[in-house]
Design a protein around this ligand. Structure first.
Ligand code: URA
Length: 184
């Protein structure tokens, strides 16, 4: 079974102008948990795979520390093309891309848990009104294809690149999300 297919020649938004490769999600279509990042960075843009640069190493470490291999989880992004200079994706880019790709990817996988990596992703699902400290480590529900789905907000792994003190908080929030999916 395939899931989360993305048109490699997609030109539906301005992010397509500067990208090298479109970056589809990776991981089993039967995954119980989907980690959703913000957007591909430089390494991801070159390889066409999500979280393969420095932020990806931090995510891999957190998964490994919890005893879960990357192959057991689905890893994807809100938008599938790298924004210029790694700026945040804009609202119109997010809505164009998610309505074409992420929404369908989540419906096809129908996971038990969705874990948002960082504020941009959390706000896409929960709305703009809440701030990060109110959302991290708490469980809410979203509905995917009619199914109530556990929704957990984690820090973004890149937040640990410059502030190592965030690392243990990040690992804790990843473990919390994996426990909600009953895989640790
Ligand atoms: N940061 C993200 O949000 N996604 C990636 O794929 C890489 C870095």
């Amino acid at each position: 079974m395939s899931c989360g297919t993305v048109d490699p020649g997609c030109r539906k938004c301005r992010l397509s102008k500067n990208r090298t490769k479109v970056v589809p999600g990776v991981g089993p279509c039967s995954a119980k948990i989907v980690f959703v990042g913000e957007a591909p960075g430089k390494d991801e843009d070159l390889k066409g795979q999500p979280f393969v640069g420095r932020a990806g190493m931090i995510l891999d470490d957190a998964l490994e520390a919890a005893g879960v291999s990357r192959e057991r989880v689905r890893i994807t992004n809100l938008v599938k093309c790298r924004p210029p200079k790694n700026r945040r994706p804009r609202k119109d880019e997010i809505s164009t891309c998610t309505s074409l790709y992420l929404d369908r990817e989540l419906q096809e996988i129908a996971p038990d848990v969705v874990c948002a990596l960082g504020q941009t992703v959390a706000k896409h699902f929960l709305g703009d009104s809440k701030n990060m400290s109110e959302m991290v480590g708490k469980e809410t529900r979203i509905v995917i294809a009619g199914k109530p789905t556990r929704f957990i907000v984690s820090y973004h792994p890149a937040a640990c690149l410059y502030q190592r003190k965030n690392l243990s908080k990040f690992k804790t929030s990843i473990k919390f999300a994996l426990a909600a999916a009953n895989i640790v």
